[in-house]
Ligand binder design. Structure first.
Ligand SMILES: O=c1[nH]cnc2c1ncn2[C@@H]1O[C@H](COP(=O)(O)OP(=O)(O)O)[C@@H](O)[C@H]1O
Ligand SMILES: [Mg+2]
Length: 199
């Protein structure tokens, strides 16, 4: 099956391609297609916006991830707005902004959430979700990954996500879990669709 990966985020592309390698799908890039503005207030809405736009325009199933970091001491912020936190323009600046906001905070718990949606050109959606809880350091560590990875130590681990390989991160991460659920659902081909209105 040909599937469009509807994201412009190189870190996500790398993780999605690595995770889905075993499915035998032919993954395609956006090919210059602009993604819609993320006007939703939930990960589900934004992932659906991105996946549907790509599926309809390209006439192929399309996969999108919308994700975010929810910080306990910030009442769950930045969450859905993680990509533009503090209106900072780069991962490094957003990490510094987050460290500033958490300066002196004793409670450094946070969690990552990922919602992965596979949209078909006829409008059908499959939705998968994954979460990862952990704590935020007082300074960055590691060069791998993207986004807030250098600050985030998953529960039960000593390394940050940026100190792990793509495969190590996938085995435990929010996105890895959402994609594992997708892989499981597609083990014997596309999953059966629910009857409309049925439970
Ligand atoms: O696995 C992750 N590691 C580190 N940061 C992440 C991860 N997943 C999501 N984020 C953060 O949340 C943001 C999610 O952004 P969003 O899903 O809206 O769009 P994007 O694909 O344009 O980055 C990322 O830009 C990043 O800052
Ligand atoms: Mg978003």
């Amino acid at each position: 099956m040909r599937v469009v990966v509807a994201t412009g985020n190189a870190g996500k592309v790398r993780e999605i391609a690595e995770a889905l390698g075993g499915l035998g799908w032919q993954l395609e890039g956006l090919g210059g297609l602009p993604l819609p503005e993320e006007t939703g207030t939930t990960y589900e809405e934004n992932a659906a916006l991105k996946a549907c736009a790509a599926a309809v325009t390209r006439g192929l199933p399309a996969l999108a991830d919308d994700s975010g970091l929810e910080v306990a001491a910030l009442n769950g912020q930045p969450g859905v707005y993680s990509a533009r936190f503090g209106n900072r323009a780069s991962d490094t600046e957003r990490n510094l902004y987050l460290l500033e906001k958490l300066r002196g905070a004793a409670d450094r718990r946070a969690r990552f959430v990922s919602v992965v949606i596979l949209a078909y050109p006829d409008g059908h959606l499959e939705t998968y979700r994954g979460e990862l809880t952990g704590t935020l350091l007082e300074g960055p560590r590691g060069e791998n990954g993207f986004g807030y990875d250098p600050l985030f130590v998953p529960d039960g681990e000593t390394r940050t996500l940026a100190e792990m390989t793509v495969a190590e991160k996938r085995a435990i991460s929010h996105r890895g879990r959402a994609l594992a659920a997708l892989i499981e659902a597609h083990r014997n081909g596309p999953p059966a669709r629910e009857e409309a209105g049925g439970e």
